[in-house]
Each structure stands twice: as structure tokens, then as C-alpha cells.
Design a protein around this ligand. Sequence first.
Ligand code: AMP
Ligand code: MG
Length: 356
Amino acid sequence: MRGGPSARPCEKARRKVVDHATMMEAARRAVVSASGVCRQVQSALDEVRSITKDDKSPVTVADFASQAIVALELRDQLGDVRLVAEEASAFLREDDHATHRQATLAAVREIRPEITEDEMLAAIDIGAGDTDHHSFWTLDPIDGTKGFLRNQQYAVALAFIEDGTPSVGVMGCPNLPRDMSEPLDVPDSEGCLYMAMRNEGVYECSGCDTGDAPIRLTRLDHAEGEEIAVCASVEKAHTDLGKVGEILELLRSEHGEEVGEPVRLDSQCKYAVVARGQADAYLRLPTRKGYVERIWDHAAGALIASESGAAVTDIFGRDLDFSHGRGLEVNKGVVAAPPRLHGLLIGAIESLGIGQ
Ligand code: AMP
Ligand code: MG
């Protein structure tokens, strides 16, 4: 039972019915603000570390601040929202974490100068929504925490899920080079923003903190004979790099394809890099049997890549199914690539028996 008999009419009254374009605009504003705050915290990494005496605290602070800001922006623009986000305020409420709490409050006040500590903690918990509905928002306030700490790639990833499929997705990539000839491990001064609506395409904005001058991305299929550039996680525990190598070797030896060294970067920026044609494929191959991918790690990115023309499935070629709670329970890993190459990759995975 999700509420008493009178809960439903009240809930409906507070939750506005809005179209996808309105949701996208709300999501854009939310992600733009959160990306700006993440940048701000990153520019003061050492200061935050020295206040909290904790090496990982900058990402903790930016993570909570990002979640509070996205939740408040969505609520202000769309009324009560169902938001399923990665973080919960319990950690910040602990007495031992008062310095983290204060640093997070200072970060949130960059955008919301009047906010109190209690309001900020309550805002973080707007993200404690459940997935037991046909539609809800999902947020990874900072995807790629290790990338954030290394001042490399990370993303603020927000998506709206309807009937098990993302229909609106916005992703801020504050360190992603605007110029594709620049190396991916060097942070850009403005980053990029991606916005997608199902069946309406995907747009890239130069600069993660405005969302101005969007340009539509359409990626070409990978042509035979062109070198295949695959992207994958930096963290070895998050994708099986040995198997990535075996797949590429099979494409070379059996299909005569030219293959390059995998490009490694953190976070859902990998989906954006495929969407904009900088990489040909994103491979995420499970490193252990029981791992279930989290919905917020894929919802926005998967829509962004698929709206560019890429096929996005799990390693068995099945659509990603976001209708099973907080995990992609019926999927294993991810393969995102334009259709011809996607077919080759799924075939190679099958013939190598990966994931069996
Ligand atoms: P990446 O940036 O590609 O390294 O992915 C980061 C995400 O990997 C995090 O947000 C985690 O939720 C997720 N993750 C954590 N453990 C694993 C694992 N064993 N396999 C795959 N993904 C994981
Ligand atoms: Mg994540």
C-alpha cells in the first residue's frame, strides 16, 4: 500500500502534469546549477580537504550539494517530483560529520544563499523517492567520483523514466573538452552539456553551465575499414579490460577490422563521447557475476547515446530495462555503438562466451 485512501488525490494535486519540453527545460536548469557548484568545489579541493581532514571529502560535499540543488530546482519548476537519487542525508546528519555538513551548506549557498541547514538536508532527501511508479526522475549527482577527485571526467546525470525507458535526459560534463582534438584526461575550462528527449534527438552545448546554443548530434555508423575506437572505464573493477581486448582482437582477426587502444575515461561521459562520434563504442563488461548496474549510472547517458543513432543494449543485445527498481536487474553490462558495429560487438561477445 503506497498511502492512505486520501493520499492519491492530494499527491496528484501537487504534482503538475507537464510535457517533455517543460521537463527538459527544468532538468537543464537543475543540471546547469549543479554543474556550476561541482566546479566550484573542485576549484577548492585542497581547502575542503583541509577543513574536513578527509581526502575524499570534496566529492562527498559536491555530491550532496549537487543532489540538493537538482532536487530544489526540479521542485520549484515542476512542483512535487518523484526523484530516485543516489544519496541520502543520513551521513551528513551524523555529529561526526558536522564539517562535511557545513562545507556542503556553503556550496549549496552559492546558488541558494538563504537556505538553512535543515532545508538543505530535507532537499537531499527529496531524492529518497521510490521506483514503484510508472514514471520518476533518477539522478546521479556526481557520477565518476574517482574522476572528480583526479580532476578528470565526471558527470551530473539526470533522467526521467517512463514505463521502464528514459524519455528525458540531461547530463552535465564539467570537465569534458569542448574541442574533440583535446585529450580526455585534461579538464576543460567550461565542459559540455547534453540534452535528449526520446524520439526528438540529442543536443550538445558548449559549456556545462549555460545550456546555450545547442547543436544537434547525429552520429554516422562506423564505416568498414575505419579504426575502431572503444571507450571504457578507468576503474579496472568496473569493466573487464581483458575481455575488451579479446573482443577487439576477434574483430581484427575474424572481420579484418582495424582496432585502436581503448580510450579510458570515468563516468557516463562515455555515452556522450560515443554520441558525439569521438569514440565508436562504449563497452562495459561485468567483472563479477552478481553485480547489478544502478539505474542512475545509465539512464541519462543511454538516452543521449541512443538519440544520436547508437544502439544501446546490454552485452546480450537486450534493451536496458529500467522497470525493475534501482538496479538494471534483468541486464548485464552495456554495449553502446552505432548499429553495424554494435552487431559485430554483440556477435563477438557471444562467440567468446562472455557473461555466460
Ligand atoms: P565508471 O565511471 O565507468 O568507472 O563507473 C562508475 C560507476 O560504477 C559508479 O557510479 C558505481 O555505481 C559503478 N560501480 C561500482 N562498482 C561496480 C562494479 N563492480 N561493476 C560495475 N560498475 C560498478
Ligand atoms: Mg555513478
